[in-house]
Design a binder for this molecule. Structure first.
Ligand code: ATP
Ligand code: MG
Ligand code: MG
Length: 355
């Protein structure tokens, strides 16, 4: 088997490599700043764990390889402007929006989208970074350096946030995990839970939306669709052409996790419907130091990324999967005592969503 190169060497790259190991596949994440000359062969495969990258020695070698899967999709989804245009073109529901141009005024934003408007940088935003709220009541103005580099979005008063992770193979067949319910605090994902019976009636609709996109882009691999749920309607918030944080629970809760599925797809290996084992929960570790006492909780699975801990930085996650709701509840109570603010909110939310 040829080598599978991953552009980017963060936690997603590491987990792709980890998932491919039992299959005997050679997956090599590459740091974008690497100055090494990579021993690329013509029949190797290239994928990415990030949506965009600077031009470096490493990225140039990978991005010019003829087997870079989805190469043309990345720039289209990495820019929120072209991503939103795709959604509109495919008539997929998304938050009302328009581009912020040099002559865009805050009044135009308020008149068109309402008294609260969210500006989002076109590129590079993640974990809620690259967002700016315009509030008419406070007379907020469009910052000069956002003009030409952002889109304006209507503030959506959603009921909750859900996401769908799907995988599409080279032959066009696709499979999906159950919808995941997500909690974001200050724009950053804190916790996920799946599957939930109360969301199953939205599954077909969500799959049709993501299928339409993956088909239109002739996409191969795992893609995630983040949505706002308003009653029985789904509005697409954003898309990620890669494995996604809201799919991390599949490491504990599915026979084939999202990382293995992505590798299978880009390598042209068979895909199959993943067996979902039980109820899963994921808690992101954000800006907290590792505490190996967490491991004394029954059923807890820790992924620690070995990154330096900084406030607001994702440094690991915890997964749990069980058919016993009382065990999940107990685990959450134990975690509650071991994690700082604002985890109490996240744990309360998870408990409230246990069936
Ligand atoms: P990610 O880390 O998921 O890539 P991001 O920085 O790219 O995040 P978004 O997903 O667009 O940004 O937004 C982050 C969060 O901000 C959303 O999950 C949601 O909680 C909130 N948000 C985004 N857009 C809106 C909106 N139009 N109205 C209300 N809340 C929003
Ligand atoms: Mg994003
Ligand atoms: Mg998001």
């Amino acid at each position: 088997m040829s080598t599978i190169w991953v552009l980017g060497a963060g936690q997603l790259g590491a987990m792709l490599k980890h998932a491919a190991t039992p299959l005997g596949l050679d997956v090599r994440p590459v740091d974008i700043e690497s100055t090494d000359t990579l021993p690329l062969s013509a029949d190797d495969i290239v994928t990415a764990e990030r949506e965009e990258w600077p031009k470096t020695n490493a990225t140039e070698q990978l991005a010019t390889h003829s087997n870079f899967v989805n190469l043309s999709t990345f720039p289209q989804l990495a820019d929120r402007l072209t991503q939103k245009k795709w959604l509109d073109k495919l008539e997929l529901a998304t938050a009302p929006w328009f581009p912020i141009e040099q002559d865009s005024t805050s009044n135009h934003c308020y008149n068109t989208l309402g008294e609260k408007v969210l500006l989002k940088r076109r590129r590079g935003g993640y974990d809620g970074k690259g967002q700016f709220w315009l509030k008419q009541s406070e007379g907020t103005q469009v910052p000069e350096d956002w003009k030409g580099h952002a889109i304006a979005e209507q503030a959506i008063n959603f009921d909750e946030e859900v996401s769908l992770v799907g995988v599409r193979g080279k032959n066009g067949e696709s499979f999906f995990y159950p919808l995941t319910l997500n909690l974001h605090i200050n724009g950053i994902l804190y916790a996920s839970i799946a599957p939930l019976d109360r969301l199953t009636h939205l599954q077909t609709k969500a799959e049709a939306m993501l299928s339409k996109l993956m088909e239109a882009l002739d996409y191969v691999g795992v893609m995630a669709m983040e949505c706002f749920r308003l009653g029985d309607d789904l509005l697409i918030n954003e898309l990620a052409p890669r494995v996604h944080n809201s799919g991390h629970w599949t490491q504990a809760g599915a026979s084939v996790n999202q990382f293995e599925n992505h590798i299978r797809a880009v390598a042209g290996l068979p895909l199959a419907k993943a067996e979902v084992k039980n109820l899963s929960m994921m808690v992101n570790l954000i800006g907290v130091p590792v505490n190996y006492d967490w491991l004394s909780t029954e059923g807890l699975e820790l992924y620690w990324y070995n990154k330096s801990v900084r406030p607001g930085r994702k440094v690991g996650h915890i997964n749990m999967c069980s058919g016993h709701i009382d065990k999940l509840n107990t685990a959450l109570t134990e975690l509650d005592a071991q994690l700082p603010e604002p985890y109490q909110e996240a744990i309360k939310w998870l408990k409230a969503n246990l069936p």
